[in-house]
Design a protein around this ligand. Structure first.
Ligand SMILES: Nc1ncnc2c1ncn2[C@@H]1O[C@H](COP(=O)(O)OP(=O)(O)O)[C@@H](O)[C@H]1O
Ligand SMILES: [Mg+2]
Length: 259
């Protein structure tokens, strides 16, 4: 039997006296697209930080494709096949879109990276990376922006490039932290459609944080995990979550505390 793409067991994270994540467990299969939602400050990003090795966990265990990733460094976890994006997108602003996808090569600081790569005699693997980068832009429907400077992109376009960059590491599993925050409705919808087709085309698992509950409950995704105050409040299909009083109350509580 195939191992789950990601398995989180009783993950706990304390910041001093604050328990940000409280013994959460869940698992995601390859090819599955799962949403992670919950009120502000409920522990979603901290969960990602622990899974990706950016923060040490206080207790618990994380397995990536059947391998124990507990206590590993971020680069080691990435080598297992797990890649993440951040809530605040960061691109090389003075580089083009295609160059941003190619950055983790040894040509990172060359003045004219693309030219260097297509000259005769350049290494086959590097050429293959360029081909892969264009294919990735195709998949995300942003090929026409390949040679635009990152600084010229809208927030939504930057999000897509960021996802493309994550895909360039050929991940088996992707953690996306609010990939459509600040993105206009129709584009946000398309990004989700593209994520959906990516999971099936490449058979990768994805866990996607989204703050807008109304938005994610209307998307074509397999499952939603709802967090509240560091714990998992509920797990279910979008339909099941939509009908849940507990979930609605958790969000109403969030609104009240902000007022
Ligand atoms: N590095 C940190 N140090 C101390 N407290 C933190 C740190 N990161 C997050 N927190 C706290 O942990 C809780 C969960 O935060 P976070 O995971 O960012 O929530 P979410 O992403 O769900 O909005 C919040 O109370 C936040 O203030
Ligand atoms: Mg967050």
């Amino acid at each position: 039997m195939m191992s789950p793409a990601l398995k989180v067991s009783e993950l706990t994270k304390d910041f001093g006296g604050l328990r940000a994540v409280d013994k959460i467990s869940f698992q995601i299969e390859q090819g599955e697209l799962v949403g992670l939602i919950g009120p502000n400050g409920c522990g979603k990003t901290t969960t990602f930080n622990c899974i990706s090795g950016l923060l040490g966990m206080s207790s618990g265990r994380v397995d990536v494709l059947g391998q124990d990733a507990t206590g590993m460094r971020p680069d080691q976890i990435q080598n297992l096949g797990l890649t993440r994006t951040f809530q605040h997108t960061w691109l090389w602003r003075e580089m083009t879109v295609i160059e941003n996808l190619l950055v983790p090569t040894r040509y990172q600081f060359a003045p004219n990276m693309l030219l260097a790569l297509i000259l005769p005699g350049s290494r086959k693997a590097e050429k293959q990376r360029v081909i892969d980068a264009y294919a990735t832009l195709d998949l995300l429907e942003i090929s026409h922006m390949a040679h635009s400077l990152a600084s010229e992109l809208s927030g939504g376009q930057s999000k897509l490039v960021d996802i493309g960059r994550a895909l360039m590491s050929s991940p088996s599993f992707l953690l996306l932290d609010e990939p459509v925050a600040g993105v206009a409705g129709p584009l946000a919808e398309r990004i989700f459609q593209n994520l959906r087709s990516l999971t099936s085309q490449k058979n990768i698992g994805m866990l996607v944080i989204e703050h807008n509950m109304d938005f994610i409950l209307r998307r074509d995704i397999d499952r939603i995990i709802v967090m509240d105050r560091g714990q998992i409040l509920m797990e279910g299909t979008p339909d099941e979550i939509r009908g849940s009083r507990r979930v609605i109350e958790a969000y109403l509580g969030d609104t009240e505390t902000k007022e």
